[in-house]
Design a protein around this ligand. Structure first.
Ligand code: NAD
Length: 435
């Protein structure tokens, strides 16, 4: 099959490369010349484990192309995917659909033979109807069907998630479109991946419901962590104790500084707005959003408490990890973007390290001095703050760390160390939910 992928970001590039790896011929289109230029030179503009090899292999195989001008690829495509961003719209919290609608207009003038237009971007319920109306209005003779096919991949494990998903959701009542989608995802039948065919509006809502549920699960265990701290209990054992119950499940029960990233924060807020528009408010999600926002801010106070003062002038804080999670360079809505400015406002000087996020973080976190490694970030610090649980932070040489630091104080927002071990090494150690 011939695929045109509009938007070559975290989702479009991974999906495009994986479809090419399935044997389809894929053209990835982006309007960002810098991105396309890098991709054409064989460079990968984002950090995603395994993506460089996957892209190189499929470019060599003549199945994967990159272009600024997608006209020909769209004309020839069996399926045109829209994988552009849907960030929060300024002012009201709704999803900003301007990129999606612009892509729909670009597609409309180019399609002639029957084409499946697939929305892979996360879009509010009813967006497919709008995309369909735009294409009909722009090109009344176009033969097409609009399908919703939300993406559930996680950054950091995106290729594995795309190739071995728990399910694929396809929202369309059009039989020809369903057949094209079945063919596109046919390689997944080897793993017996369920393909859930639904109506388009249902499919759009499934994506938001999934993200809102996961955000709620994280927020639930974070609140349990606060209670554990006060009550002298251990949230990790609580998580284990409830997670073994198959009705609950063990995933997304790691207490931490609050969820961030490119999806949960914007999607929960957008779902709240949509639900209010339909007169069916989602109180649980409203509360989840509010609790999570407050939590990110409260983390700075946790650090100040560990130092023993809200006046952090003259104090240096070493920071390990600033991306919203490990194995990505994505800084969108990372908790560090709330925590570090709050500490700076209390007067702290901050020096940090992140294996992949440093470059983007330097722009987003002015005044933070980015170092070349974890020990360099700890050197001379009055406190070491672990925000992101990159593997390389999990087994630091604690004796070396202690010698390097000005004071042996660690705040671990990801619980990657054991309290007893830290105390044995002479650290004052604060973690999450281990009272
Ligand atoms: P991104 O910002 O990384 O990439 C979007 C790309 O689209 C950019 O490179 C931009 O230049 C390009 N673009 C915008 N308009 C264009 C146009 N008209 N023509 C060509 N290119 C255009 O975004 P992302 O993280 O890949 O997310 C894309 C969508 O997928 C969003 O709706 C997001 O919610 C959803 N999603 C993201 C993830 C994730 O982990 N990032 C997971 C699941 C779903």
């Amino acid at each position: 099959m011939r695929v045109a992928m509009i938007g070559t970001g975290y989702v479009g590039l991974v999906s495009g490369a994986c479809f090419a790896d399935f044997g389809h011929v894929v053209t990835c289109i982006d309007k960002d010349p810098h991105k396309i230029d890098r991709l054409t030179r064989g460079e990968i503009p984002i950090f995603e484990p395994g993506l460089d090899d996957l892209v190189a292999r499929n470019v060599r195989g003549g199945r994967l192309f990159f272009t600024l001008d997608g006209a020909q690829a769209i004309r020839e495509a069996d399926a045109v995917f829209i994988a552009v961003g849907t960030p929060t719209r300024r002012g009201d919290g709704h999803a900003d659909l301007s990129y999606v609608y612009a892509a729909a207009e670009e597609i409309a003038v180019l399609i002639s033979d029957f084409t499946v237009v697939v929305t892979k971007s996360t879009v509010p319920v009813g967006t497919g109807d709008q995309v369909e109306a735009i294409i009909k209005r722009t090109n009344p003779n176009a033969q097409f069907a609009v399908v919703s096919n939300p993406e559930f991949l996680r950054e950091g494990a995106a290729i594995e998630d795309f190739k071995r998903p728990d399910r694929v959701v396809v929202g369309s009542d059009d039989e020809r479109a369903q057949a094209v989608m079945r063919e596109l995802y046919r390689p997944l039948s080897l793993n017996e991946t369920p393909i859930v065919f639904t109506g388009r509006r249902t499919s759009e809502l499934i994506k938001y419901a999934a993200n809102a549920f996961l955000a709620m699960k994280i927020t639930f265990i974070n609140e349990m962590a606060d209670l554990c701290e006060k009550a002298g209990a251990d949230v990790q054992q609580v998580a284990k104790g409830i997670g073994l119950d198959k009705r609950i499940g063990a995933k997304f029960l790691n207490a931490g500084p609050g969820y961030g990233g490119s999806c949960f924060p914007k999607d929960t807020v957008a779902l709240v707005r949509t639900a209010n528009d339909y007169g069916a408010p989602t109180r649980l999600i409203e509360t989840t959003v509010a609790v999570n926002e407050a939590r990110k801010k409260a983390m700075a106070q946790k650090v100040a408490d560990a130092i023993g003062s809200n006046d952090l002038r003259g104090k240096t804080i070493g920071v390990l990890g600033v991306t919203f999670k490990p194995n990505t360079d994505d800084m969108r809505d990372a908790p560090s973007l709330d925590i570090l400015p709050a500490l700076q406002a209390m007067g702290a000087k901050i020096q940090g390290f992140d294996p992949e996020g440093g470059h983007e973080a330097e722009r987003l976190l002015p005044g933070v001095d980015f170092k070349t490694g974890p020990y360099e970030a700890a050197e001379g610090a009055d406190l070491l703050l672990i925000i992101t649980e990159w593997d390389q932070f999990r087994a630091l040489d604690l004796d070396r760390l202690k010698i390097l630091m000005n004071a042996p104080v660690v705040v671990d927002l990801r619980n990657i160390y054991k309290p007893g071990e830290m105390v044995r090494h002479g650290f004052t150690y604060t973690s999450i939910g281990r009272g």
